[in-house]
Design a protein around this ligand. Structure first.
Ligand SMILES: [Zn+2]
Length: 171
Protein backbone atom coordinates (compact mmCIF):
# COMPACT_ATOMS: atom_id res chain seq x y z
CA UNK A 1 0.00 0.00 0.00
CA UNK A 2 1.14 3.53 -0.69
CA UNK A 3 1.03 6.37 1.80
CA UNK A 4 -2.17 7.65 0.19
CA UNK A 5 -3.77 4.18 0.27
CA UNK A 6 -3.04 3.95 3.96
CA UNK A 7 -4.43 7.41 4.65
CA UNK A 8 -7.60 6.47 2.79
CA UNK A 9 -8.19 3.33 4.85
CA UNK A 10 -6.74 4.02 8.30
CA UNK A 11 -8.45 6.64 10.45
CA UNK A 12 -6.80 8.71 13.14
CA UNK A 13 -9.29 7.35 15.63
CA UNK A 14 -8.28 3.73 14.98
CA UNK A 15 -4.59 4.54 15.26
CA UNK A 16 -5.12 6.33 18.57
CA UNK A 17 -7.16 3.44 19.92
CA UNK A 18 -4.30 1.06 19.15
CA UNK A 19 -2.24 3.02 21.63
CA UNK A 20 -4.98 3.18 24.21
CA UNK A 21 -5.88 6.81 23.56
CA UNK A 22 -9.61 7.17 23.94
CA UNK A 23 -11.45 9.58 21.66
CA UNK A 24 -14.52 11.30 23.06
CA UNK A 25 -16.60 13.73 21.05
CA UNK A 26 -13.72 14.43 18.70
CA UNK A 27 -11.27 15.04 21.50
CA UNK A 28 -8.56 13.06 23.23
CA UNK A 29 -5.98 13.60 25.91
CA UNK A 30 -2.86 15.48 24.88
CA UNK A 31 -0.55 12.48 24.70
CA UNK A 32 2.32 14.61 23.39
CA UNK A 33 2.62 16.44 26.69
CA UNK A 34 1.37 13.50 28.79
CA UNK A 35 -1.77 15.48 29.54
CA UNK A 36 -4.96 14.05 30.92
CA UNK A 37 -7.30 16.77 29.74
CA UNK A 38 -9.01 16.45 26.41
CA UNK A 39 -7.13 19.24 24.72
CA UNK A 40 -6.39 17.48 21.49
CA UNK A 41 -8.74 17.72 18.56
CA UNK A 42 -9.16 14.47 16.64
CA UNK A 43 -10.07 14.64 12.96
CA UNK A 44 -10.30 12.01 10.27
CA UNK A 45 -6.68 12.17 9.13
CA UNK A 46 -4.93 14.19 11.78
CA UNK A 47 -5.06 15.38 15.34
CA UNK A 48 -3.98 18.67 16.83
CA UNK A 49 -2.72 19.50 20.30
CA UNK A 50 -3.97 22.88 21.38
CA UNK A 51 -1.47 23.04 24.22
CA UNK A 52 1.67 22.26 22.20
CA UNK A 53 0.18 23.63 18.97
CA UNK A 54 1.36 20.50 17.16
CA UNK A 55 -0.29 18.66 14.34
CA UNK A 56 0.00 14.91 13.87
CA UNK A 57 -0.99 12.75 10.95
CA UNK A 58 -1.42 8.98 11.46
CA UNK A 59 2.24 8.30 10.66
CA UNK A 60 3.42 10.91 13.15
CA UNK A 61 1.25 9.33 15.87
CA UNK A 62 2.80 5.91 15.22
CA UNK A 63 6.27 7.47 15.15
CA UNK A 64 5.54 9.10 18.50
CA UNK A 65 4.27 5.97 20.27
CA UNK A 66 6.70 3.51 18.68
CA UNK A 67 9.60 5.92 19.00
CA UNK A 68 10.52 5.26 15.39
CA UNK A 69 10.97 7.08 12.09
CA UNK A 70 8.57 7.46 9.21
CA UNK A 71 9.79 4.36 7.36
CA UNK A 72 8.98 2.10 10.28
CA UNK A 73 5.63 3.84 10.93
CA UNK A 74 4.77 3.33 7.29
CA UNK A 75 5.49 -0.40 7.59
CA UNK A 76 3.51 -0.70 10.80
CA UNK A 77 0.49 0.92 9.20
CA UNK A 78 0.57 -1.57 6.34
CA UNK A 79 3.03 -0.04 3.91
CA UNK A 80 5.19 -2.18 1.63
CA UNK A 81 5.81 -4.72 4.34
CA UNK A 82 2.63 -5.10 6.38
CA UNK A 83 3.37 -6.22 9.91
CA UNK A 84 0.57 -6.96 12.30
CA UNK A 85 0.79 -5.72 15.85
CA UNK A 86 0.48 -9.27 17.17
CA UNK A 87 3.27 -10.48 14.89
CA UNK A 88 5.48 -7.62 16.00
CA UNK A 89 4.91 -8.37 19.66
CA UNK A 90 5.72 -12.00 18.98
CA UNK A 91 8.91 -11.04 17.12
CA UNK A 92 10.06 -8.82 19.98
CA UNK A 93 9.36 -11.57 22.48
CA UNK A 94 11.18 -14.15 20.35
CA UNK A 95 14.21 -11.86 20.14
CA UNK A 96 14.27 -11.43 23.90
CA UNK A 97 13.93 -15.18 24.42
CA UNK A 98 16.73 -15.76 21.94
CA UNK A 99 19.03 -13.35 23.78
CA UNK A 100 18.27 -15.02 27.09
CA UNK A 101 18.92 -18.43 25.56
CA UNK A 102 22.26 -17.27 24.21
CA UNK A 103 23.26 -15.92 27.62
CA UNK A 104 22.31 -19.22 29.26
CA UNK A 105 24.21 -21.18 26.58
CA UNK A 106 27.30 -19.05 27.15
CA UNK A 107 27.07 -19.54 30.90
CA UNK A 108 26.63 -23.28 30.45
CA UNK A 109 29.65 -23.46 28.16
CA UNK A 110 31.76 -21.46 30.60
CA UNK A 111 30.84 -23.74 33.51
CA UNK A 112 31.26 -26.87 31.45
CA UNK A 113 34.77 -25.84 30.32
CA UNK A 114 35.62 -25.07 33.93
CA UNK A 115 34.30 -28.44 35.04
CA UNK A 116 36.32 -30.23 32.34
CA UNK A 117 39.49 -28.39 33.34
CA UNK A 118 38.97 -29.35 37.00
CA UNK A 119 38.16 -32.94 36.12
CA UNK A 120 41.30 -33.08 34.00
CA UNK A 121 43.43 -31.60 36.80
CA UNK A 122 42.19 -34.28 39.19
CA UNK A 123 42.83 -37.09 36.70
CA UNK A 124 46.26 -35.73 35.83
CA UNK A 125 47.23 -35.39 39.48
CA UNK A 126 46.18 -38.96 40.20
CA UNK A 127 48.21 -40.23 37.25
CA UNK A 128 51.33 -38.25 38.07
CA UNK A 129 53.84 -39.93 40.34
CA UNK A 130 55.57 -36.74 41.47
CA UNK A 131 53.19 -33.84 40.88
CA UNK A 132 54.81 -30.40 41.05
CA UNK A 133 53.54 -27.48 43.08
CA UNK A 134 51.46 -26.02 40.26
CA UNK A 135 49.65 -29.29 39.55
CA UNK A 136 49.10 -29.89 43.26
CA UNK A 137 47.63 -26.41 43.61
CA UNK A 138 45.32 -27.03 40.69
CA UNK A 139 44.32 -30.40 42.10
CA UNK A 140 43.44 -28.94 45.48
CA UNK A 141 41.50 -26.10 43.91
CA UNK A 142 39.63 -28.54 41.64
CA UNK A 143 38.85 -30.90 44.48
CA UNK A 144 37.34 -28.10 46.53
CA UNK A 145 35.34 -26.49 43.74
CA UNK A 146 34.25 -29.17 41.31
CA UNK A 147 31.07 -29.97 43.24
CA UNK A 148 30.07 -26.31 43.33
CA UNK A 149 30.62 -26.00 39.56
CA UNK A 150 28.66 -29.19 39.05
CA UNK A 151 25.76 -27.75 41.06
CA UNK A 152 25.88 -24.50 39.08
CA UNK A 153 25.80 -26.50 35.87
CA UNK A 154 22.67 -28.29 37.04
CA UNK A 155 21.10 -24.94 37.89
CA UNK A 156 21.80 -23.54 34.44
CA UNK A 157 20.38 -26.70 32.89
CA UNK A 158 17.20 -26.25 34.97
CA UNK A 159 16.95 -22.62 33.90
CA UNK A 160 17.29 -23.59 30.26
CA UNK A 161 14.71 -26.31 30.62
CA UNK A 162 12.15 -24.09 32.35
CA UNK A 163 12.64 -21.34 29.77
CA UNK A 164 12.20 -23.74 26.87
CA UNK A 165 9.05 -25.24 28.38
CA UNK A 166 7.56 -21.81 29.10
CA UNK A 167 8.32 -20.71 25.53
CA UNK A 168 6.46 -23.76 24.28
CA UNK A 169 3.37 -23.16 26.37
CA UNK A 170 3.12 -19.46 25.45
CA UNK A 171 3.45 -19.96 21.67
ZN1 LIG B 1 0.62 18.51 23.59
Amino acid sequence: MTKEDIKATVTMRSVLSRYGVEVRRGRCRGFCHSGRDLNMGVYKHNCHCFVCDKDYDIFAVVEYFENCGFKRAFEILGGDKPVSFAARRKAVKAKQTCEKERAIDAEYKRLFDLWCAMDYAIILYNRTEFPDEALTGLYIYALHNINRVQAELEEVKDKEWSMKSSAQTSS
